[in-house]
Design a protein around this ligand. Structure first.
Ligand code: FAD
Length: 239
């Protein structure tokens, strides 16, 4: 979904999201959160998977219709200027938030290598867009029997031999995020994860999107909408 973003005056960063009203009346009552997929001069793009009432409503919008966006919300990814190569690992529609990061990396002269995972080759999203941003893209699917954790570990190891990776970014898969937690620890590099918990208000009031992070051996709860959705990968409690 491409929207005219000229009324949005705030700076919009990859990793942030908008809470979108998905209906004309009170149903569905709650807005739905969607990551920013592409940030253009005057437009913003969202990529969404049709799941229920809210996303079905979005499919019925036509060119020229108005959409009610609330945002930008949340903490963005942090892309250090010292990074030369970053690794992006996305499962399914999790690529929506990482594509904007690949776009920014390209603008900042940072090379991106991406592993996209999906059930079938048809479900592999945004590969072409990532390649247009100059990213080197690897694809894994259940259909081809390549998406299991052991194979992705092998691929990440190989990528790390070919290019020194300065940081890892992920979204969309718990099992791949757990794998990457191990791998960033083994390789002493930082990682960031964008979480997609179910949200209520998206303003830090309702506590619907709480998750656990571990800091100095103490586990405490954080709100994905306000403290995230991007968190240091090593801190998020996934197991
Ligand atoms: C910060 C953030 C960014 C997101 N970005 C994107 C994006 O870029 N593209 C995209 O397609 N989706 C994204 N999502 C998920 C998206 O918000 C949900 O898919 C959407 O709210 C579903 O609304 P619905 O009314 O169509 O479906 P509903 O009727 O609300 O739900 C349909 C099904 O989806 C499940 N579901 C609902 N909300 C979520 C959720 N937040 N996470 C996981 N499953 C959910 C429900 O359990 C149900 O099984 C994001 C979520 C968050 C929190």
């Amino acid at each position: 979904m491409v929207v005219d973003a000229s009324p949005v005056k705030e700076t919009i960063e990859p990793g942030q999201f908008f809470n979108i009203k998905c209906g004309e009346s009170y149903f569905p009552l709650l807005r739905r959160p969607f990551s920013i997929y592409k940030i253009n001069d005057t437009t913003l793009e969202f990529m969404y998977l049709v799941k229920g009432a809210g996303t079905k409503y979005l499919t019925r919008l036509e060119t020229g219709d108005k959409v009610n966006l609330f945002g930008p919300l949340g903490k963005p990814f942090s892309l250090e200027q010292s990074y030369q190569t970053i690794l992006l690992v996305a499962r399914g529609v999790g690529i929506a938030t990482l594509a904007a990061l690949a776009q920014k990396a390209a603008q900042d002269g940072i090379r991106a290598v991406a592993i996209l995972s999906a059930r079938t080759t048809n479900d592999l999203l945004a590969a072409q867009e990532l390649q247009e941003f100059g990213a080197e893209v690897y694809k894994v699917t259940e259909e081809e029997g390549t998406s299991d954790v052991a194979n992705v570990r092998k691929m990440v190891n190989q990528i790390m031999i070919e290019h020194p990776i300065d940081a890892v970014f992920t979204c969309g898969s718990k099992r791949l995020s757990i794998l990457l937690q191990d791998m960033i620890k083994e390789n002493h590099i930082p990682g960031q994860i964008a979480l997609e918990e179910h949200m209520g208000c998206a303003m830090g009031v309702c506590y619907a999107c709480v998750c656990d992070v571990k800091e100095e051996d103490a586990v405490h709860s954080v709100k994905v909408c306000k403290d995230g959705p991007v968190f240091p990968l090593e801190k998020v409690v996934l197991k």
